[in-house]
Design a protein around this ligand. Structure first.
Ligand code: 4AD
Length: 433
């Protein structure tokens, strides 16, 4: 929908040979004493605006001399087809109005170092590459919501301030809640289980927090997680839903973000080649793959990033690894009745070395076993009384999962580092701006 008589650059094709107005910022310019080419950006794309002195008069033409990079400006003109231009169109300017002449802009069209750019993240996000990533992120978020909406899932939000841990106590951000100890949520899961017992099939989608001491290209302190929880789902139902969801999101991005993927130079063939169903292997089989690849790995250890890369490269597709050792997984994971040393949980590893993007599994539904596991993990039982109640009043088999949005964005965009996937990343020792 256009607002007033202004048009978004991405929609110019609908206004061929019409006079329209673009509201934007000056990204770049070149020209001579007679013709000026202004490259405008408006958040939806870049547009070349051609200003001919003879057409607009000397007085207005002279004003272009004062225009600096990032000056805010509205430009009116006729839309013309121009196959050589990035979007396929250019504008023959009939008039323009300067809103604010920008001071000397720190991010020029030269290469800048990452530290320099991160310090100026509030400006860095104005560059075409960053805008493309953030637009894809937005598409992915919409795709998740549509996927669940189409399948009758209820969106049930989980709290951010919580009295207890969900994913182990080593990565908790603590805070003072009017004199009581509280934590920023590591996952909405425990609340989602309660919501699923009320509403059947639910999802939540919000920020989660991990005080990770990891400084890697996959870890953020604050990241967004889409989490689903389904009553009466076993591990296999859970995996099937996840692969359908991931496939749906890939398809949406390929269909609707072509321009952005081109800006990012993403090798889209790798995404197009992904097929359903995704391979499924057990943790034990994954360990065999590592050993065959020459890794010195002992059954019972957790996979590190290089291990995950070896496993996913083996398939060249997203791959589910299920039945991890009970000892390395969270307290709520249901042991496999056929072998209680492993749990009915599965992680989804993304291809191309992007690592684990989903963690999920079937939950313990037996009250006594769950109590025992809370104790074994040295968690304060009082804080979990409400959670144990779910196993007292109509307990059912149920499963769920959580997908990390930023790792998924990094994968689908083909990015080296997770820091570019969110407008304002929170990383180890870095929270400015
Ligand atoms: O495997 P995790 O820890 O699973 C849970 O939190 C479950 N309670 C979810 C559930 O079943 N409802 O995290 C899930 C996903 C990971 O696969 C990863 O994609 C992402 O969250 N993730 C992170 N992303 C960025 N930075 C971090 N520090 C992350 N930690 C986890």
């Amino acid at each position: 929908m256009e607002i007033l008589n202004t048009v978004l650059i991405k929609n110019l094709g609908k206004h061929l040979d019409e006079e329209v107005t673009i509201q934007g910022w000056l990204y770049n310019q070149r020209g001579s004493g007679k013709v000026k080419f202004l490259i405008l950006r408006d958040g939806s794309g870049l547009l070349q605006c051609v200003i001919v002195k003879q057409n607009i008069g000397e007085e207005l033409f002279d004003k272009t001399k004062a225009l600096t990079q990032e000056t805010s400006i509205t430009v009116t003109g006729i839309v013309k087809e121009e196959p050589r231009a990035a979007g396929g169109y250019e504008m023959q300017v009939t008039g323009f109005e300067v809103i604010n002449i920008a001071e000397e802009y720190p991010i020029t069209h030269k290469e800048h170092g990452v530290d320099f750019l991160l310090e100026r993240r509030h400006l860095w996000i104005r560059t075409p590459r960053q805008m493309a990533i953030l637009r894809i992120r937005s598409e992915i978020e919409h795709a998740f919501r549509d996927f669940f909406y189409q399948r009758d899932f209820v969106l049930a939000d989980a709290p951010i301030i919580t009295p207890s841990a969900c994913e182990g106590t080593s990565t908790l951000f603590g805070l003072d809640y009017h004199g009581e100890k509280a934590y920023l949520s590591q996952s909405g899961q425990l609340y989602s289980e309660a919501n699923a017992m009320a509403l059947g099939r639910i999802y939540c989608f919000g920020p989660t927090f991990r005080a990770e001491k990891s400084k890697t290209r996959r870890h953020l302190m604050e990241f967004w997680m889409v989490e689903a929880e389904m009553a009466y789902f076993d591990m296999d139902d859970n995996i099937k839903l996840q692969e359908e969801m991931v496939y749906y999101v890939i398809t949406r991005v390929l269909e609707r973000c072509k321009r952005e993927l081109t800006i990012l130079d993403r090798d889209v063939e790798k995404l197009k080649n992904i097929q359903l169903p995704f391979p499924r292997i057990s943790y034990t089989e994954a360990v065999e793959i590592l050993k065959e690849a020459g890794e010195d790995f002992t059954w019972g250890e957790d996979f590190g990033a290089p291990h995950e890369t070896i496993i996913s490269n083996h398939f060249g597709s997203p791959v589910f690894v299920h039945r991890y050792p009970t000892s390395i997984k969270a307290f709520y994971m249901k042991p496999d009745p056929e072998d209680p040393n492993v749990v009915l949980g599965a992680d989804l590893l993304a291809p191309e070395g992007y690592g684990e993007i989903i963690g999920g599994g079937q939950r313990i539904d037996d009250l006594e076993l769950l109590k025992q596991r809370v104790e074994e993990h040295h968690l304060p039982i009082e804080a979990f009384e409400w959670y144990l109640d779910l196993r007292k009043y109509g307990s059912v088999p149920h499963s769920g999962f959580g997908l990390g949005l930023e790792r998924t964005v990094a994968w689908l965009c083909g990015l080296e580092h997770i820091r570019e996937t969110i407008p304002f990343p929170r990383m180890l020792h870095k929270m400015y701006p």
